[in-house]
Design a protein around this ligand. Sequence first.
Ligand code: ADP
Length: 421
Amino acid sequence: MVETSGQGRRVISDVAGRLWQQRWLLLAGVAAVAAVYAFANRAAYAVPLAVLLLVAAALVPRRPAPAIPARAGSAETRGLRRLNGEYLAAAVADPLIVFDRAASVIYANAAATTTFGDLSPGLWLPLKFRAPEMQSLLDAVLSGTVASEAIDHVEKLPVESVYRATATAVGHGTGLYVLMFKDQSEARRIDRMRADFIANASHEMRTPLASISGFIETLRGPARDDAAARAQFLEIMQSQTARMSRLIDDLLSLSRLEMKPLRRSGARVDLRRTLESVIDSLAPLARDNGIVVERVFAEGPLEVPGDRDELFQVFENLLENACKYGRAGGRVVVTAGPGAAGPEPTIDVTVRDFGPGIAEEHIPRVTERFYRIDAEASRAQKGTGLGLAIVKHILTRHNGRLSIKSELGKGAAFTVHLPAN
Ligand code: ADP
């Protein structure tokens, strides 16, 4: 109801406005009719006089029509009509090519030329994109069987990139077509990482599970009445279940870190106390491995903003690795103090061992999930291959970073750099 009466009012004001605009012509018309009527019988000049009046009224200069408040939709449409197609294509961040019925380039935006090189007007697209899928895409759209079609397009150089290429007819019967590319490389990389992660996690689970199920079978069969074998197998099964539960704990830790944003509570963590309690909690492991842990802490406060439990987990993982893999060195040094002067003050904590160290080619990869230099050694040490991935994740959440220095045969030093403010 409200809508209808609003529309009615708009029509009335529209008509009134137009009548007002043509008022002189209307007035002259009325005067002309009156003149013809009055003088028709008396003089021959009545009709030319009326015509003269009308012509004079038509020549009265008119002001432009007052702007009628435009409806949002129509304003936008008028704006779009004024818009130059070339500007529009240039404003698109993804590669975009406009081509004609002969599949020749009419226009290519900057993103397209940066990605695919020369795309000068007139260039025949099938010559530029030779993949059969691209040819059939162009054929399908140019033949008019479909208005829009998409394919996956792979560019091998400079690095392999995957695009979703869509060809679409522009409007109706314009003879113009648009070919647009959406970069899918990052999404594909994440998909692949996720698939690899699931495959790795399943493989890690399957190994202890297969071992447990093998022992169950033996215990129900050949070793049914062998008390000594039973005791030994049960012990192995227990250690395998412990391995599975460590793996689940680490996986849950990682997913929690990914799901939960870091609370910026303003809380400060006393790294001295945190490191002391990490060293205390790992004293039995150090003792079992014949490791002496030395502390070199700088004077003064060693505080950083962050989550105490998460930072505890970082130092626990690093010290545990130093005790396990650096066993041969017999000692581990934990150093904490202000970092080297830089744009932002940091507190640096280094866990240094004197074991076999890490070869240069492995250093950039040890923080990847499930990456191990020696898988058997890691499993023997009850490793899951996730410890350093968790460390890296937590440090990223704290705006910190991890640096690793190592030389084969001389041990490894893992340094945590945490912003002090
Ligand atoms: P894991 O659970 O296997 O210990 P991490 O992510 O903690 O997993 O470590 C990944 C790999 O990095 C380990 O398997 C090991 O090969 C190597 N590594 C970690 N710390 C050290 C170290 N201090 N010395 C030598 N190698 C190390």
